[in-house]
Design a protein around this ligand. Structure first.
Ligand code: ZN
Length: 332
């Protein structure tokens, strides 16, 4: 019911694909809709990443980006979510003439228009830099996020294949983000190890996307704890990309015992064919999480969200109203 790590392009509905493909004359392929979900036993990260090809083709106009953002907001609201931070990389949507600013404004427009129909639901946007992109292009993403400060663009991220370049390679980009006092979350320690998480901290990360390969019981774990960063776990996605072998390898108890804050998220609702309800269910079954522990993860999500203190207070009230229902749904 709260998702802090949710990619827009990995969370398009089947209806979104059908609508946009028909409108733009794009073929969805013979195996649609199977080709938008990862197979039950996803063989590799490459197969996982292939699922982003069709969204990349379809999301090259302002209209389409606004459409899918609205659609996602409405779906989350109907599913009983109270808050979400939706992320996407504007630089992936510039193949047909949109600027990064156009892309960000289109997603904002879709978000704002859908939120008008969704009382007691809040959502914000995070703009992702990409590891494969040239430095100037990533710097532009930071500039766009800075220009949109005060809107529902609330943070920047670094996403993409970690093995390509270490986080230290992006120092100049995050120095600019720090100069602008932007909120920063960075994908780190998903495909690689603890060093990458330390570099993300050097780059000013306040939250770490995934981070499951942190060496908790070492000086790295001490540093993560002292830095009071929060980790955005996305368990099913980690199993599919072969970052972890099974749910019992999610280092949830290690992080909790160390006193490091973590949250439970879905990463990609369509590609991973999951949602926050399913992620909690898997972890409750695997680790016998108590009701109090489940509540504490949702409180972490609120405390570490990139939103105002006033909104956090509202979210806590809404969580308290909905928590018993949520818990009975995920704990069966
Ligand atoms: Zn992610």
């Amino acid at each position: 019911m709260i998702d802090l790590h949710l990619h827009l392009d990995g969370s398009m509905s089947e209806q979104d694909f059908l609508y946009l493909a028909k409108k733009d004359g794009v073929s969805l392929g013979e195996d649609f809709p199977n080709n938008i979900y990862v197979p039950a036993n996803c063989p590799s990260l490459e197969v996982y990443l292939e699922r982003f090809t069709l969204p990349g083709i379809l999301l090259q106009s302002k209209e389409n980006l606004a459409h899918v953002t609205s659609s996602l907001v409405r779906r989350l609201y109907k599913m009983g979510y109270i808050y979400a931070e939706i992320r996407f990389a504007p630089l992936l949507h510039t193949n047909k003439g949109m600027s990064q600013m156009d892309a960000a404004l289109a997603a904002l427009e879709g978000l704002n228009s859908a939120l008008k129909e969704c009382p007691e639901f809040e959502a914000n946007l995070i703009l992702c830099c990409m590891r494969h992109a040239p430095k100037e292009v990533n710097l532009e993403t930071i500039e766009v996020a800075n220009k949109l400060k005060g809107t529902r663009v609330v943070a920047v991220d670094l996403a993409g294949a970690e093995a390509l370049h270490p986080s230290s390679y992006y120092k100049e980009i995050f120095d600019l983000a720090k100069k602008y006092k932007l909120n920063i979350t960075i994908h780190a320690g998903e495909a690689t190890g603890s060093d990458e998480i330390m570099m993300a901290l050097d780059n000013g990360a306040m939250r770490i996307g995934h981070g499951v390969h942190l060496n908790v019981n070492s000086k790295d774990g001490d540093r993560a704890k002292e830095a009071k960063v929060c980790f955005e776990f996305c368990p099913t996605s980690n199993l599919q990309t072969k970052s972890l072998k099974s749910y019992k390898d999610v280092p949830i108890r290690e992080f909790m015992n160390k006193g490091i804050a973590l949250t439970i998220n879905s990463d990609n609702m369509t590609v991973s064919n999951t949602d926050v309800y399913q992620e909690f269910s898997h972890l409750i079954q695997t680790f016998n999480l108590t009701k109090e522990e489940v509540y504490s993860f949702l409180i972490n999500s609120i405390n570490y969200s990139f939103t105002s203190l006033e909104t956090k207070k509202l979210l806590k009230e809404r969580l308290d109203k909905k928590f018993n229902n949520f818990y009975s749904r995920v704990s069966v």
